[in-house]
Design a protein around this ligand. Structure first.
Ligand SMILES: *[C@@H]1O[C@H](CO)[C@@H](O)[C@H](O)[C@H]1NC(C)=O
Ligand SMILES: *[C@@H]1O[C@H](CO)[C@@H](O)[C@H](O)[C@H]1NC(C)=O
Length: 345
């Protein structure tokens, strides 16, 4: 209960945020079905494995591989007992962003303690809403080619797309799928698929009107202004809870079998935690397919998650040093040495 409470507590000051309902989605239980993709096997080294040269990691190398795969998934679903279904999640990470370039340039400490809260050093810009770097665009082109290459072998294309509201993920989605197949389905942006909530200026999203204009392929059921940025730095536990919530929300509503989610390393990490998948660090613009057993029990109730509470105010923005010895930066949320400071984490 405590974790729901802290998210609720932390979320309540988010001025005017209208996130749906007061009861969370019915809870689902997830597990990974091993054997289909090499990435779910601990023997695969995520630091060196290049799934794009290996049919996204599909263990079956035959020319009929994807047809057999579809049949297997179909059979799993046909024989699934009441309340159980099998889905294939394609977890995609955005290509290299401007903030990734800047972080590498400044180093982790100076980045976390100072530069991440700025948007530019005068010659290079990474915020707000970091865009793909030139390298990021070419990484995404490679991802798109990898999909195209598998099409003649019958790779099941996503039947639906869910995407983070940050530009680097939106561009990744559109640039990956436009040359292959995007319409239908129409991707849906989900506010909660964004990267770890933080004070990082690169993680402040653009206004919804700008996003609608820039990515006309995507649906944006979100508020105009970003109320989740610079409130508190989210801990890993907090992020795991948020992503479990959003997975439940998506998989309760989306009854497709092949579902793509384009997001961020932190979101993918928490997704894997929720699924019980082995640790897997995905490179930028990487794709990680996972066969997932989804169980639903009508007795499992959704928990209260987001609720507005009048008294909890978003702290005022002020100049403050976030690490000892570093120049002050303009922040409102709390940030302690790169660690999470959600009230209950
Ligand atoms: C600004 O940052 C970029 C990369 O983040 C770097 O290449 C450039 O040299 C920096 N400029 C200055 C003036 O430090
Ligand atoms: C998620 O990230 C944490 C911290 O970096 C790491 O210890 C953990 O193994 C990761 N989990 C997965 C499933 O990738």
């Amino acid at each position: 209960m405590i974790f729901w409470t802290f998210l609720l507590f932390a979320a309540c000051g988010l001025a005017n945020i209208v996130l749906p309902p007061h009861n969370g989605p019915p809870r689902l239980k997830y597990s990974v079905v091993p054997g289909f993709f090499k990435q779910s096997d601990l023997a695969t080294d995520d630091r060196t494995y290049d799934a794009f040269r290996d049919s996204f990691g599909l263990a079956d190398p035959s020319p009929h591989r994807w047809y057999r795969f579809r049949q297997n998934i179909l059979a799993l679903n046909a024989h699934a007992p009441e309340g159980v279904r099998y889905v294939v999640l394609y977890l995609a990470r955005h290509g290299q962003g401007q903030h990734n370039v800047a972080e590498r340039f400044f180093g982790p400490e100076a980045w976390e303690c100072y530069w991440a809260m700025k948007g530019t050093n005068g010659t290079y810009t990474w915020g707000p809403d970091a865009k793909l770097s030139p390298q990021g665009h070419s990484e995404v082109a490679r991802t798109s080619k990898a999909w195209k290459y598998e099409v003649p072998y019958g790779v099941p294309l996503p039947e639906s797309h869910h995407v983070s509201p940050l530009s680097r993920s939106l561009s990744t989605l559109v640039e990956t799928w436009k040359p292959v197949a995007l319409n239908p389905p129409r991707p849906v942006c989900n506010e909660l698929l964004r990267e770890t909530l933080s004070l990082h200026y690169s993680d402040k999203r653009s206004k919804a009107s700008y996003l609608r204009e820039t990515y006309p392929e995507v649906e944006f059921p979100i508020e105009e202004e970003d109320s989740l940025w610079n409130f508190h730095r989210e801990s890993e536990i907090g992020r795991n809870m948020r992503i479990k919530h959003v997975l439940d929300e998506i998989l309760n509503k989306d009854l497709n079998t092949y579902i793509a989610m384009t997001s961020h390393s932190g979101v993918i990490n928490s997704t894997l935690v929720a699924l019980g998948h082995r640790p897997y660090a995905l490179q930028t613009a990487g794709v990680l397919p996972v066969v997932v057993k989804v169980e639903r029990d009508p007795k499992w109730k959704g928990e209260v998650f987001w609720r507005k509470k009048e008294r909890w105010e978003v702290p005022k923005a002020e100049m403050r040093s976030v690490c000892p010895g570093y120049e002050p930066v303009l922040v409102s949320g709390q940030y302690v040495h790169g660690m999470g400071v959600w009230p209950y984490s």
